[in-house]
Design a protein around this ligand. Structure first.
Ligand SMILES: NC(=O)c1ccc[n+]([C@@H]2O[C@H](COP(=O)([O-])OP(=O)(O)OC[C@H]3O[C@@H](n4cnc5c(N)ncnc54)[C@H](O)[C@@H]3O)[C@@H](O)[C@H]2O)c1
Length: 343
């Protein structure tokens, strides 16, 4: 699959391959610098010569300016020039950091992503956004830099912890809800195959491919995130407040955020009760817990400090149906009431 920006300012080739061919391809690039996730390196690249590499212990704390500086120092130590290809092999943390390095080192280098988590394959590695966290503020500094190539092997998912698989699935369900009822139906079919099958990697490949096509379709229309790309934040207003307020993982928080946005859509009579229940079922059946008890005022405080608050209302992405979104400005009074109903 080859994608490109409408003014020709970027292009990106995305391919599914087996791990050995990915390794062969990487080794065929003479001028390369690899940024590895530590666990992935241990599991899959233990014998790999550690020349021109940097290994990162992935975490939000390490998606930092300090890690960025260490990588830049290593590039300088290794006398790496601007014709280098930076290759990220890891999850969203490694891809975000590597993207930022590649877009800034010597004003820009080549960039390849080898995403190894479900979240990175279906979302984080896709679309050309990168960032680092500064002073505990997530994604405060970053750039748009589309990778030249993304090489995906779902074989990597065999070693991913269940919780990380579930995390990644939240973003897949999200894009189906706002943009594509066909993918939503495919996800339902996958669940119908049986509980232990839904996360089997051979079934996931097709799901990931569809999620990528949908995201890239949106990104091709709105690379710099000034319009439709905003729908990818579906469920994220409430989700971020839960993540920040209660330290629950991103995917699980966003899943609850999607429940909240679906509830608001139901209250505004944009969707039927049947549709609402379908959404709750798919989330629950993929392993998300949706009956947490939150303090709605704690969530409101986070939301009101968030960038989405605009003079007296909160801009929210709601659903008109599965696969159809609507932007709506919700008064703070209504928003508070909805959260009270849910918590
Ligand atoms: N740039 C974007 O558009 C975008 C979109 C969504 C999320 N993100 C970012 O992505 C990051 C989260 O990414 P993530 O969920 O991939 O987390 P992550 O990169 O921290 O990886 C999660 C864990 O999985 C381990 N791991 C990775 N691959 C593995 C494998 N194949 N087998 C076993 N273990 C493996 C890692 O070592 C880590 O412990 C966040 O920082 C988020 O902000 C970016």
């Amino acid at each position: 699959m080859i994608y490109q920006g409408n003014s020709g300012n970027w292009h990106c080739k995305i391919e599914f391959q087996k791990i050995p061919s990915i390794i062969n391809f990487v080794e065929s690039i003479p001028n390369r610098f690899i940024i590895f996730d530590k666990n992935v390196k241990l599991l899959y690249f233990n014998d790999y010569q550690s020349v021109n590499t940097f290994t990162l212990e992935s975490s939000e704390q390490n998606k930092s300016f300090e890690s960025y500086e260490k990588i830049i120092s290593e590039l300088v130590n290794c006398k790496i020039d601007r014709n280098v290809t930076i290759i990220a092999i890891g999850g969203g943390v490694v891809c975000d950091l590597a993207g930022f390095v590649a877009s800034t080192y010597k004003r820009g280098t080549n960039l390849i992503f080898v995403p190894t988590t479900l979240l990175a394959m279906a979302d984080a590695a896709i679309g050309g956004k990168n960032a680092v966290n500064i002073n505990h503020v997530k994604n405060l500094v970053g750039t748009f830099r589309m990778p030249d190539r993304i090489l995906i092997s779902t074989e990597f998912l065999k070693t991913l912890e269940d919780d990380e698989l579930i995390n990644g699935m939240a973003e897949v369900i999200k894009i189906s809800l706002v943009y594509d009822s066909f993918l939503f139906n495919e996800l339902e079919k996958l669940l119908n195959l049986g509980q232990n099958i839904s996360y089997k990697t051979n079934y996931l490949k097709d799901i990931i491919r569809q999620a990528i096509e949908l995201k890239m379709n949106i990104v091709e229309q709105d690379y710099k995130d000034n319009g439709i790309r905003n729908i990818l934040n579906f469920g994220h207003t409430v989700g971020h407040s839960i993540e920040a307020g209660y330290g629950i993982s991103h995917g699980r928080s966003v899943a609850y955020g999607m429940k909240a946005a679906a509830y608001m859509s139901l209250e505004y009579k944009l969707i039927t009760l049947d549709t609402y229940e379908n959404i709750i079922n798919i989330l629950t059946n993929f392993g998300f817990i949706l009956d947490f008890e939150f303090d709605s005022e704690i969530l409101m405080n986070f939301i009101l400090n968030d960038k989405k608050k605009k003079s007296g209302h909160i801009k929210e992405i709601l659903l008109k149906d599965i696969g159809k979104y609507e932007f709506r400005n919700i008064s703070i009074t209504d928003y508070r009431k909805f959260l009270n109903d849910l918590c």
